[in-house]
Design a binder for this molecule. Structure first.
Ligand code: GAR
Length: 198
């Protein structure tokens, strides 16, 4: 049984989609949040999933926090670490530790719009398509081998909120699909490209 640790910072709707997908051969071993009051933490606990709150404000430096986070994650010996709305910049030592076995979802068609406020920036740039990306995590923020993307149309009367609502529907479909492919050993990293076997 492949062990998955999911990191969240807030609502946790992508985490919920992955848990509810009930991927065979995989178990969500733990959900960890850097924000103790993250709504997703309560949801996970209600499902009987072990949860840990690790408040980043209690640590003197980014390095100290990442060392503590790594210790918490490694307590579950995960095969895969899933970032699901985990809003932290990670240290290179941390990303190296999970190279090739840590996925992130980002609400843009990377490499366009890394960072924050992706939907507002896509609207300002006049994009006709927006979307989301699941990628392997590297030391560079929102960069790394792309496993999958989903695109949605941008409509004339879209606001950042209406666009986000259209994109999140795709996130909830895309992320469990790619986690399943990882669990089944169907993802092969080749430079910045990822080959996904059927
Ligand atoms: C999602 O839209 C996810 O793509 C985004 O945060 C949201 C979390 O929602 N992640 C990032 O912006 C990472 N750079 P959720 O907590 O309901 O899954």
């Amino acid at each position: 049984m492949k062990q998955i640790v999911i990191l969240i910072s807030g609502r946790g709707s992508n985490m919920q989609a992955i848990v509810e997908a009930k991927i065979s051969g995989a178990q969500v071993a733990a959900v960890i949040s850097n924000r103790p009051n993250a709504a997703g933490l309560a949801w996970a606990a209600a499902q009987g999933i072990p949860t840990i709150a690790l408040d980043h404000k209690q640590y003197a430096s980014r390095e100290d926090f990442d060392v503590a986070l790594q210790a918490a994650i490694d307590g579950f010996s995960p095969d895969l670490v899933v970032l699901a709305g985990f809003m932290r910049i990670l240290t290179p030592a941390f990303t190296r530790q999970y190279e090739g076995r840590m996925l992130n979802i980002h609400p843009s068609l990377l490499p366009a719009f890394p960072g924050l406020q992706t939907h507002q920036r896509a609207l300002e740039a006049g994009c006709k398509l927006a979307g989301c990306t699941v990628h392997f995590v590297t030391a560079e923020l929102d960069h790394g081998p792309i496993a999958a993307q989903a695109a949605v149309p941008v409509l004339d009367d879209d606001t950042p909120d209406s666009l986000a609502a259209r994109v999140i529907v795709e996130e909830h479909l895309l992320y469990p699909t790619i986690v399943r492919a990882f669990v089944e050993g169907r993802l092969q990293i080749d430079g910045l490209r990822v080959h996904v076997q059927d």
